[in-house]
Design a protein around this ligand. Structure first.
Ligand SMILES: [Zn+2]
Ligand SMILES: [Zn+2]
Length: 149
């Protein structure tokens, strides 16, 4: 398989991203991400949903927000590693849990969001854009190197 590969902790789910290079990633320091990841922040990559080809037993957890948006979290049905999610607010776009990439040790974090709830021991590298809460979508797209077409 060519592309950027990843998978869950137990190996039952594998996926390929139709990309030539590792995607840029961002860190979300919100308390939901801290709880969900069991860690200080979540590291994620934004890709087109069509660019993900996953194999193996995937189960879906749906979470609706009060504003009516539905997040669909895809996880391994065996070990429950979260792999990626989509959101009804952004059709066609998927957010991949960057730590599931085989080459996660090579990733760069190009933006930090929700730093308002960042854990205090964590120092962020100079120069990476950061926002205390959620950034405007166009600013985030720019930070991740996406153009508008
Ligand atoms: Zn698994
Ligand atoms: Zn978050």
């Amino acid at each position: 398989m060519s592309g950027i590969c990843g998978g869950c902790r137990c190996g039952a789910v594998r996926y390929v991203l139709a990309l030539h290079n590792l995607p840029p990633t961002y860190a979300c320091h919100c308390t939901d991400c801290q709880t969900w990841s069991g860690s200080a922040f979540s590291q994620q990559a934004v890709v087109l949903e069509d660019a993900i080809e996953a194999t193996g037993p995937i189960t879906v957890f749906e979470l609706s927000s009060p504003s009516g948006r539905t997040s669909r979290q895809r996880m391994c049905a065996v070990c429950h590693t979260r792999i990626f999610n989509t959101n009804s607010a952004r059709p066609g776009v998927a957010v991949v849990r960057a730590g599931t990439l085989d080459r996660s040790n090579e990733l760069r974090v190009t933006a930090h969001i929700w730093t308002r709830s960042k854990q205090p021991w964590l120092d962020l590298a100079d120069g990476a854009p950061s926002w205390s809460e959620a950034p405007p979508p166009e600013d985030m797209a720019k930070a991740l190197g996406f153009s508008r077409d």
